[in-house]
Ligand binder design. Structure first.
Ligand SMILES: [Zn+2]
Length: 465
């Protein structure tokens, strides 16, 4: 069989790998490329290396858009096979892909306005709500640890990846030319000892492992640091009567922050202040979290025994209405506003930043990964001035940055996970989902840890195994 690396090869978005066996063709993930608008636009539209009609099935690791976001386009272009994923991933995809279709439509309207003025032909959105609905119909929810047949002779099962709700590491047993190949795919790998989710679970030994490497050469602070830092931020906001503005991804980070705040207030580690989650997508994603307690770790299960709802408390308000969101401008601090997007590139967070970033009483709390060139990254770099909606704003608010809430394993945690594998059996580790410098550092560490061979595939490169 062959493995061809198509997306997330030498980069962190567009996760997409193609497995060709004698019996058929299976995709691992089908994510959107994100980044420079023009480049991403082209990459997402064209299926350069395969015809969607020729694909027999998809295995989906989790619901993040860079892993699942191009599935509706695959379906629009003729794919009609099953998409295997966990039950929670399926439910989260309903929410995430509908939101993505909405963003595609808005983006295309924006681009077309310019093109119309220039007399150029107009683009169609990448996909529509109807394509999303069709995609959800093809999704087959599977329990963790239960083996399923993907195509004849190709079996797989999911293990908890501990990255976001429903995320999975996939273990595959593939019969090809009279032998059986065991293959693992990490998807995105989470961290041990994080709240809400269970720790990443080892899978059985494999011949080949496709491993993410986002933080292959970096190290995070311990999760335990987060509580003290958030308590400190709350105390400062109270002293200054200021607002805390926290950009956060709707799926994962928002729920973790809410849970962390709930535990802080419950034990009296900080005075209770009003907390607002201002994002319709976060509201919907949180509903899906509440329905999937089977994915929770023991700590949050114990919390549920003491409280009805760990993702909500009496000083927390979810806002979905635009008018209510605008009304937050007139409200006085101390208060904490959590809003999307996490990299502050789009969404309501932009309004909150525009309204609050120039006031020195306020605090901008950055807890997530921000890619180069994003507004979030510029805030993390503590630039004196940033552009929001095309206008310059002075960054007078205090900027607090911490990475202890990261949902990705760092270099040590990745090594800890991969060390579970039998070295004699493992023929090759393929590194995906990382920038080249992180991949090279991680490859060196794996070789120092006595793994036989590590490869860093380029886009379109394939390997016969
Ligand atoms: Zn992810």
């Amino acid at each position: 069989m062959d493995i061809q690396f198509i997306g997330a090869a030498g980069t962190v978005t567009g996760s997409n790998h193609l497995l060709r066996t004698e019996k058929g063709r299976v995709l691992l993930d089908c994510g959107l490329f994100q980044g420079k608008r023009k480049e991403a636009f082209e990459l997402n539209r064209s299926f350069e290396f395969y015809n969607p009609k020729s694909i027999d099935a998809v295995i989906l690791s989790h619901a993040h858009i860079d892993h699942a976001g191009n599935l509706p386009n695959l379906v629009k272009r003729g794919f009609s096979g099953p998409i295997f994923c966990t039950h929670a991933t399926k439910d989260l995809c309903e929410v995430m892909l509908a939101d993505s279709a909405h963003i595609q439509q808005k983006d295309t309207e924006f681009v077309n306005k310019k093109r119309a003025k220039q007399g150029k032909n107009l683009f169609e959105p990448l996909y529509s709500q109807a394509d999303v609905e069709q995609t959800i119909k093809l999704m087959v929810g599977v329990d963790y640890h239960s083996e399923f047949e993907v195509i004849p002779g190709f079996k797989a099962s999911f293990y908890d990846a501990g990255h976001i709700l429903g995320s999975a590491v996939t273990y595959m047993k593939i019969k090809d030319k009279n032998r059986t190949i065991e293959l693992g795919f990490s998807g995105d790998l989470g961290r041990p000892n994080m709240p809400i989710l269970r720790d990443p679970e080892p899978i059985p030994d494999v011949d080949y492992f496709i491993c993410e490497s986002t933080y292959g050469g970096r190290f995070h602070e311990d999760y335990d640091m987060s509580e003290a830092k958030v308590v400190d931020v709350i105390n400062k906001a109270i002293a200054r009567q200021g607002k805390i503005i926290a950009p956060a991804f709707s799926l994962g980070r928002t729920q973790e922050l809410v849970y962390l705040l709930h535990t802080i207030f419950e034990k009296g580690a900080a005075p209770v202040i009003p907390v607002v989650v201002d994002s319709p997508l976060s509201f919907n994603a949180t509903q899906v979290f509440r329905e999937h307690t089977e994915c929770f770790d023991d700590e949050i299960k114990a919390f549920i025994l003491r409280h009805e709802d760990p993702l909500g408390f009496n000083k927390l308000r979810f806002i979905t209405d635009v008018q209510e969101s605008k009304a937050l401008n007139d409200q006085k601090g101390p208060m904490l506003i959590i809003s999307a997007s996490g990299m502050a590139e789009s969404g309501r967070i932009l309004h909150h930043l525009a309204n609050n970033i120039q006031n020195p009483a306020n605090i901008i709390m950055m807890t997530g990964y921000c890619a180069e060139n994003t507004l979030g990254k510029k805030i993390i770099e503590r630039r004196k001035e940033v552009n929001i909606f095309g206008e310059p704003y002075q960054v007078n608010a205090e900027v607090v940055v911490f990475n202890s809430l990261s949902a990705h394993a760092d270099s040590d945690e990745l090594i800890f996970y991969v060390n579970n594998f039998e070295r004699e059996k493992m023929k090759d580790i393929f590194l995906v989902h990382g920038e080249p410098d992180q991949q090279e550092k991680f490859a060196k560490r794996l070789l120092l840890n006595r793994f036989n061979s590590v490869k860093i595939p380029k886009r379109g490169e394939y390997f016969s195994v």
